[in-house]
Design a protein around this ligand. Sequence first.
Ligand SMILES: NC(=O)C1=CN([C@@H]2O[C@H](COP(=O)(O)OP(=O)(O)OC[C@H]3O[C@@H](n4cnc5c(N)ncnc54)[C@H](OP(=O)(O)O)[C@@H]3O)[C@@H](O)[C@H]2O)C=CC1
Ligand SMILES: CC(C)(CO)C(=O)C(=O)O
Length: 306
Amino acid sequence: MRILVVGAGATGGYFGGRLAEAGRNVQFLVRPARADRLRADGLRIVSPYGDLTIVPDVVTAGEIAQPFDVILLTVKAFGLVAALDDIAPAVGPETMILAFLNGMRHLDLIAERFDRRNLVGCVCKVATTLDPDGRILQLSPVQEIAYGELDGTASDRMARLDATMRDAGFSARLSTDIEREMWEKWTLLATLAASTCLLRGSVGQILAAPGGRQTAFALLDEVTATVSRVGRQPGERAMAAIRAMLSDEGSSQTSSLYRDVMIGAPIEADQILGDLLARARTAGVPTPLLTAAYAQLSIYEAARRG
Ligand SMILES: NC(=O)C1=CN([C@@H]2O[C@H](COP(=O)(O)OP(=O)(O)OC[C@H]3O[C@@H](n4cnc5c(N)ncnc54)[C@H](OP(=O)(O)O)[C@@H]3O)[C@@H](O)[C@H]2O)C=CC1
Ligand SMILES: CC(C)(CO)C(=O)C(=O)O
């Protein structure tokens, strides 16, 4: 299968690099500055599973001649609309698009731009970041992607996709309920992002602060009530894992959104919190803490814009 990885950043560079290392047919669609760096230094991964440098097969927008079988869309939410224009020549009727983005709004944007049949549900679990030298650093051992038809059916194309993704140096899993898994991941991430950004600290620092635990768990209640009303109710196993993560005394766990705020970078507040709040408002679910967290992040974004 011909795979196009859109973006060679923290996630795309990581999973695309592993797929290429495992011999899959991978091209990276990147923008000119990243292309120059990759051509000069290679695609470099620093990982607890072993470091890796490969010479990636790189294209830039305008150089794509024909559709791909699989597209891994790994841009941040604020780059999505532009990326969808850039990948148009790569999308044919049979192309499967797997997006690593958190939240759910991107599904509608992709379906509106192309066709709902192009969509494959996907959850990406990893903690990677780009360092100032453009290397991909893997920060924790978790490295999994799960995928599946959004309606849960077992299709031939999922079997082909699964055969391509498996045994490529990370955990790859065909899910029969990927839509629920996506809502569960959003529950985790929205709670973690809102609590770490609102309270300005890691899980351990929040738990050590007066009222920190109550605030984090009240946020979890707001997010869970919203997700259960407007999406799918998270399963008990997922909820137990989220509660355990939020109760881990001394934990240095933060969210990528919080880490981006701390370095003054652009953030995905609209995709992770704004969209959830809009759905909560429509459904009449009260969300005072989420509203406060989003207001604070909106002030950050306004200040960044200047
Ligand atoms: N990092 C993580 O651990 C996890 C991230 N996610 C989610 O995955 C998504 C991607 O995150 P992440 O990989 O961290 O983000 P990064 O910012 O590290 O990587 C995104 C890359 O996309 C590139 N890009 C943007 N627009 C285009 C375009 N039009 N054409 C080609 N390349 C483009 C950027 O390149 P350029 O250099 O040109 O700006 C950048 O390198 C996010 O939605 C995030 O929430 C999910 C799970 C974990
Ligand atoms: C769920 C989590 C924390 C995993 O890295 C994440 O996706 C993020 O912080 O953006």
